[in-house]
Design a protein around this ligand. Structure first.
Ligand code: FE2
Length: 288
């Protein structure tokens, strides 16, 4: 009999406070010394604050080449604009999947003067043959993100499949899964991830027991669990953020590793140093 092991917690990582753009305060969870990357994931930032001073400066014009960015808004509104004529406003619950491809210059600016701004930005690498593809946006309002009730868990399917429901984002190269899971205390959610995919879970409200048996760990808010190799992963809600009866919230993200060399500098992610230098030259001469 050939059984696939259940996934447990291989290691726990706490994000690092930093700032980016014109001084936006955020927590870098992937892309920092403790977890430089998790192929195909290059970066995960969590932003979350009630203080406009932490976000009001936004992310003025800046370039990207060679990968994809996924922005998932929980609270607040953010306007994006780019040099190819795209513009839109991300609202709470919206997802923007941007394929930077051969090059884009864009801004991401708060569309509010006060109130809470909260969400995630994830960077997913592109394989060598897609790094110079045409830039593209896929933008989905909250009404376009299917919500599935699985037992007592409520799950938003941003990418991947759950109980016959498919999330709106499709990327065959990395075949990503991106679920936002809400668990009341004691409620259990299990999900089979493709074996061979790199996977992590990030708890952003309350605490959640992840895995089974010896490989399980109780993961507190703002901690990332790198999941071990295997198939099924089990989540059990422990407590919420506000009080012990509130729901915990966790994102589950997985993708197929590219296993290619990574040459990365700031907003450019290529395979070789020569391609990185070409990216700089192209950006500086206005070829994005
Ligand atoms: Fe950006």
């Amino acid at each position: 009999m050939n059984t696939v092991a259940t996934r447990g917690v291989a290691r726990l990582v706490r994000g690092m406070p930093t700032s980016d753009g014109a001084g936006v305060k955020l927590t870098r969870v992937i892309g920092q010394p403790q977890l430089a990357d998790l192929d195909p994931f290059l970066m995960l930032d969590e932003f979350g604050t009630d203080n406009p001073g932490d976000y009001i400066a936004g992310f003025p014009d800046h370039p990207h080449r060679g990968f994809e960015t996924v922005t998932y808004m929980l609270d607040g509104r953010m306007r994006h604009r780019d040099n190819h004529g795209h513009e839109g406003v991300l609202v709470p619950g919206a997802v923007q999947w941007m394929t930077a491809g051969r090059g884009i210059v864009h801004s991401e600016m708060p569309e509010q003067q006060e109130g809470r701004m909260r969400g995630f930005q994830l960077w997913i690498n592109l394989p060598a043959q897609q790094k110079m593809t045409a830039p593209r946006y896929q933008e989905f309002g909250p009404e376009k993100i299917p919500q599935v009730t699985a037992g007592t868990a409520r799950v938003k399917v941003i990418a991947g499949q759950l109980e016959g429901v498919t999330g709106p984002i499709v990327q065959p190269a990395t075949d990503p899964t991106y679920l936002d899971i809400e668990l009341t205390p004691g409620s259990v959610f299990t999900h089979a991830l493709p074996s061979g995919h790199a996977a992590f879970a990030y708890v952003y409200e309350g605490s959640v027991r992840i895995g089974e048996g010896d490989a399980a760990a109780t993961v507190a808010g703002h901690e990332l669990a790198v999941l071990s190799e295997g198939g099924m992963v089990r989540f059990e809600g422990r407590s919420g953020a506000a009080d012990s009866r509130a729901a915990a919230r966790v994102i589950l993200v997985a993708g197929r590793p590219l296993r290619e060399p990574v040459a990365k500098y700031g907003p450019f992610v290529m395979n070789t140093r020569e391609e990185l230098m070409q990216a700089f030259a192209d950006f500086q001469s206005g070829r994005f």
